[in-house]
Design a protein around this ligand. Structure first.
Ligand code: FES
Length: 206
């Protein structure tokens, strides 16, 4: 049981190659002053989108729509269209784990996924955790002083929540491995592990 909360590589009908083609074409069209109206075409069985496109998806249980460019990332859409700023833009390659969210139940670095790939998907962010009361993972982070600047914290909270949902009886070593896709530059790892272990031990109710 050592599967980690690595940020999943997610695939859809819109490939990164198609994205590059599409954004390049849009830039070229802008450069010569021609229309950049939405244009979708089939090239080699893959949809190529130029200009903006409106997509429908579920965000934290609500049906939402967003109009995005081919280059727009899931992280940008969440932050700038839906005002969900929990996921953080620390590393665009996802190596920090600070933009971790759920996409169809799997953890993903939102900075590495294109918004167009989210058509019809269910997105869940750190803002979904807890209702009247904060989620026990968030409470455990506070209790164990598991943050300093807090920039990594939302990503860690999602990663811990996702890992413990799958492995409620995980050992300390398994939790360390499970969280190896997230980085804390302030070095609060020991306290984060303590927070997670407190839930496993029943000291914090998870
Ligand atoms: S608390 Fe500052 S990066 Fe983790």
């Amino acid at each position: 049981m050592t599967d980690s909360i690595h940020n999943s590589d997610t695939h859809s009908g819109v490939s990164r190659r198609a994205f590059l083609k599409g954004s390049g074409a849009a830039a070229a069209a802008t450069a010569v002053g021609t229309s950049t109206a939405p244009l979708a075409a089939q090239e080699g069985g893959t949809e190529v989108v130029r200009g903006e496109k409106t997509i429908s998806l579920t965000v934290n249980g609500q049906n939402r729509q967003a109009t995005v460019e081919p280059r727009t990332t899931l992280l940008e859409m969440l932050r700038y269209q839906f005002d969900l700023t929990g996921a953080k833009p620390v590393s665009l390659d996802g190596s920090s784990g600070a933009s971790t969210v759920w996409v169809d139940g799997k953890t993903v670095a939102a900075s590495t996924m294109l918004a167009l790939q989210c058509e019809g998907k269910a997105i869940r962010t750190v803002e979904s955790l807890g209702g009247d009361q904060p989620d026990p993972v968030a409470q455990a982070f506070v209790k164990h002083d598991a943050e300093q600047c807090g920039f990594c914290t939302p990503g860690f909270v999602v990663a811990v929540r996702a890992f413990l949902d799958k492995h409620p009886n995980a050992s300390e070593e398994e939790i360390r491995q499970g969280l190896n896709g997230n980085i804390c530059r302030c070095g609060t790892y020991a306290n984060i592990i303590d927070a997670a272990m407190s839930i496993v031990k029943g000291e914090s109710h998870g």
